[in-house]
Design a protein around this ligand. Structure first.
Ligand SMILES: [Zn+2]
Length: 334
């Protein structure tokens, strides 16, 4: 049976449609609002680079109880969004008040002169603008470990509270962990060379260096690096740690002491599959693999201590170079 459309149902349908349209519109508006709110609440990653002046030939000043080893004269930054895509940039010169005369070396490296800085804003004003640029929630990424202490020094001498500074990451550590597996320091340009990144801009300009750092960051697995950062830091801290024991009858006893030669990961405590020891001239070396912390190098050295012998034990993250040397020595010893 065919139902003939009448006026009434048609009007009724239009009303429902209008109401539905209204509901859809409402839902759309709510979704957009949530999205915008989320966008504004999103964490930004701020890649920060700074240039600082140093006292020329004279002693560092101590201000507010802090020895000012450098005065920041340029701040550059690149913002990465939550997907680590580069967006806005920030760049400002800073007028120095403590070290106004440019250190000749800094002048040469950065190309910044006294007259460049005479007209620009002071540190506190620039920092306020910088924090505005960073947004509500952000983390800081730097190349190397020098910038954050320098920022804290400068904030302190200007009487600014630095306790609100967010978590910061040293990208060099993530680069080392993911690319070189080593521990040495890399300049921006050598890291770029290693990753085949074209070097278009001059170095030692805060913005260009931040842009270059961002290029490196975008080649790494940043989210993994940040998640794993505590582990990376634990591995870095291992470098300064050693354990000693004494009272051994002879060098051989000291070198082969069970406690000194235990192959346990010093970070997570995992018992590792024993690696072979290579022994030469008062030193014993072995590599072992921790599933979580990678290849570790165990070094035991022995030395004379009065009429007895003592042993020193160190555990380090093994670089590619160390692993290659170890395999070579192992092959030669067989
Ligand atoms: Zn471990």
């Amino acid at each position: 049976m065919l139902l003939m459309p009448t006026d009434k149902p048609l009007m009724f349908n239009i009303k429902i449609f209008c109401r539905r349209g209204f509901i859809f519109e409402l839902i759309f508006v709510i979704i957009v609002r949530i999205y915008i709110k989320r966008k504004n609440d999103d964490v930004n990653y701020i890649i920060l680079d700074m240039e600082w002046n140093q006292p020329s030939g004279r002693e560092c000043l101590t201000i507010n109880g802090v020895r000012l080893t450098g005065e920041i004269i340029q701040i550059g930054a690149v913002k990465l969004d939550e997907d680590f895509v580069a967006g806005d940039v920030f760049m400002s010169d800073v007028k120095p008040v403590f070290y106004r005369k440019m250190n000749s070396m800094v002048k040469k490296i950065t190309g910044i002169t006294e007259s460049d800085l005479s007209q620009c804003l002071g540190f506190e004003q620039v920092m306020n603008k910088f924090f505005e640029f960073c947004g509500k929630e952000f983390s800081i990424i730097t190349w190397g470990c020098d910038d954050i202490p320098m920022l804290i020094e400068n904030m302190t001498v200007h009487g600014m509270d630095f306790s609100g500074l967010p978590q910061s990451y040293d990208l060099q550590l993530i680069f080392n962990r993911q690319i070189t597996r080593g521990v040495r320091q890399w300049s921006l340009s050598s890291a770029m060379e290693m990753l085949n990144i074209e070097q278009k801009y001059t170095l030692h300009n805060a913005l260009y260096d931040a842009v270059n750092t961002a290029k490196i960051a975008m080649r790494l697995d940043l989210s993994q690096g940040m998640e794993n950062y505590e582990n990376i830091m634990s591995l870095v801290r291992l470098r300064g740690q050693k354990e000693t024991a004494g009272g051994f009858e002879n060098m051989r006893c000291a070198l082969r002491d069970k406690t000194m030669c235990r192959q346990v990961c010093p970070i997570c405590g995992s018992r590792l599959r024993k690696g072979e020891w290579i022994e030469s001239r008062g030193k014993r070396i072995s590599l072992a693999q921790c599933a979580e912390h990678g290849t570790l190098k165990f070094v035991v050295t022995a030395f004379k201590d009065g009429d007895k012998f003592a042993a020193c034990r160190r555990v380090l993250p093994a670089s590619e170079e160390m692993i290659a040397q170890y395999s070579e020595k192992l092959a030669a010893a067989r």
